[in-house]
Write a protein of this length. Sequence first.
Lengths: 396, 419
Amino acid sequence: MIVQPDLEFIRSLKAAGGDTLKKCFQCATCSVMCPLSKEGKPFPRKEMIWAQWGIKEKLVTDPDVFLCHQCGDCTANCPRGAKPGDVLSAIRAYAYTFYGWPAPLAKLASSAKGLPILIGLPVVVIFIMWLLSGAMRFPTPTEFASHGYQQFFGTWDFRWYAKNIFFIVLIMVPSLGLGLFSAFKGIYTMWKTMCEDAGLNREYRPAIVPFIQDFIWPSLIEIVKHTRFRECKTNINRVQGHLPLMLAFIGLFIVTCWSLLKNDVLGLFWHSLHGPLPLSDPFKLLANVSAIALLFGIGVLWSNRKKAECELNTQPTFYDWFLIWEITAVGVTGLGAELLRWAGMPILGYIVYFLHLVAIMMLFLYLPYTKFAHLLYRTAAYAFEKYRQSAFGKNI
Amino acid sequence: MTDEQGTSGAVLVVGGGISGLTAALETAEVGNDVFLVEKGPSLGGRVAQLNQYFPKLCPPSCGLEINFRRLKDNRKIRTYTMTTVKSVTGGPGNYEVTLITEPRYVNSNCTACGDCTAACPDEIANEFNFGMNNCKAVYLPHEMAFPRRYIVKKSALSAAGAAAIKAACKYDAIDLEMQPETLTIKVASIIWATGWVPYEPTKMENLKFGQSKAIVTNMMIERMAAPNGPTGGKIVRPGDNKAIESIAFVQCAGSRDENHLEYCSHICCMATFKQMSYVREQYPNAKIYVFYIDLRTPGKYEKFREVRMADANASFIKGKVADIILEADGGVTVVAENALTAEKISQKVDMAVLATGMQPSLGLQGAPAELKLDASGFVISDFDKAMISAGCAKKAADVVTCTQSSTAAALKAIQVSRR
């Protein structure tokens, strides 16, 4: 085999926190130390040499890269300070950019240089929408008290579809849609290549329902329970941050769905259902608990990251921090907007709410290119691992 | 000896192992006065503990005996055992060194008859054999000890024991009131041949040394294989004395590792190949597994490696053992990834040998003088200051390299004394 090292790839790994990869001398301590590395196909030793050689084709379609939870057990025990955990994280960062579509956007989201545009784009879009909506004004304290932010984009007479919802959907659905489409495209390519690499016969495969039942659902259960995360030793306290954060996202997802249903479906028939939820409402309670859990979780992850940078000498990277900043921004502006509503401060409230929309749009739009993509790619890798071990993984 | 500048031409050699002996003899045979100090009760250092040593796989008696003979015949060398350097003042050509000699509690009347040992009721773990057996609290350090004089471990001696050994000695050689003695000497230059200690194996928590008798170190294998060792030369599993059907050598145990010794200890690969021979001689059918990162057998040692690797019952696995699991039957399972096949391997064996590396003694205990040590604790020679390192105090090395660097150190020391 003639290896053609991809220097660009190696450089990008170094930039994304994998600057230590050349120190690896292949002793394979990491593969034994890794609590997630299975008997048959241990990692991350083989990934380290592929990365050193710049064989990116193998890495971006390697399920093990995505099964790594960056426990840090390999890094803590590495005799060379090659930090395999950080290198695998850098490979994931590269993979998200590699699969990202459209490519220029993916590239933009991969470095701090893109930050002005990354923030500027949603700011401009939402501001233009606000101008287009014709609302363009701050509410009076009375209006603010009764409607909150529900007339941010104004209101019109057409009762079957509220103007505010129209604009929010116009902004968020394409953002999330593009994100999900790009991620789907990436995962589809990845899955296909992973099957080829594993020598699986793609003619013989399950229908959608059993596929979800047998592979996706058990993966989701495992993820929600944090089963694998808990096997880590060195970075085990990340669970205390990641678990509340993940539950908060699930909680807020439920609240958003309910709020859409209540305001825009049920609200069409029972007008009293419009307007902000009272504090005693169980969904409002869930929303507030989730918001606090989100801020708590991201706080723990923030401080853990800082600690790792001090103690384990982990390199601070844009890839890691961008997601932490994004989620913090969503949490702070969301809770801030609510507090300002209670305080009856419409102008400041509207500005913070505007920023909240910006933060959410960023989270959606850049989903497949940033670290946030792990929630889709890692789930896919979990499912693939189960798939490979099932009857479908046997070559008949 | 004082030259025209008023400097002393004497040389101090710190450490009485193979390197210190060589440096002292080479210096003295040129005509300089030499003070040879050794921390332990006898000379010969680590080499004395080996069963066989490179390059010719001689027993240590072979190389040490001739050096002891040269030492006895040379009136220019003054030897101090149980002695360490307390402080060094002055400058090159004119160092004033304070030595401190710990009490041996046995005076020069001792004829090494052994009556005291026979009479002594108190036992201690035998340090020379890494605690694999016990010896009496009054003992000869080892069979070949030179100077051939007994020593008392007073802290382990009971009142009855003290009375018994005193009564047993016909020569009035036991003196339990002996006190530490301080001595000041003037020397021109100092050779540091302070040697090494085996890296503490319990520091590698994942290798579980001390949690199972089946996990031993390479130096323990040397003692077991030695005819004067705790098992009389038989390699068996400590504790239950089980004959060895399978054995794993765990290379780089604590070496080439930033968390332990960051350097390659140089000798462990060759030591393992040598110990494979010990095992093979005693157990023609035993399975031998060697787990390694790289096999380092420089120069002519390549031949030595080739012969061992041709052994049909020996497997070589490229992958560091990163976990050892204790088994109920007294054996252990070593876990590694074979980097050549990308498979995880769990190999059950009767005994696992940790090829622990060399840690420079001064790296552990600190330098008693203003010495330049590198980050690992090896002594960096400073010829301007007449502070010269030799042997394993300089770098991890085999015996041949040590004697070469000691001869070189002797020459440097002489040059300073004649400046």
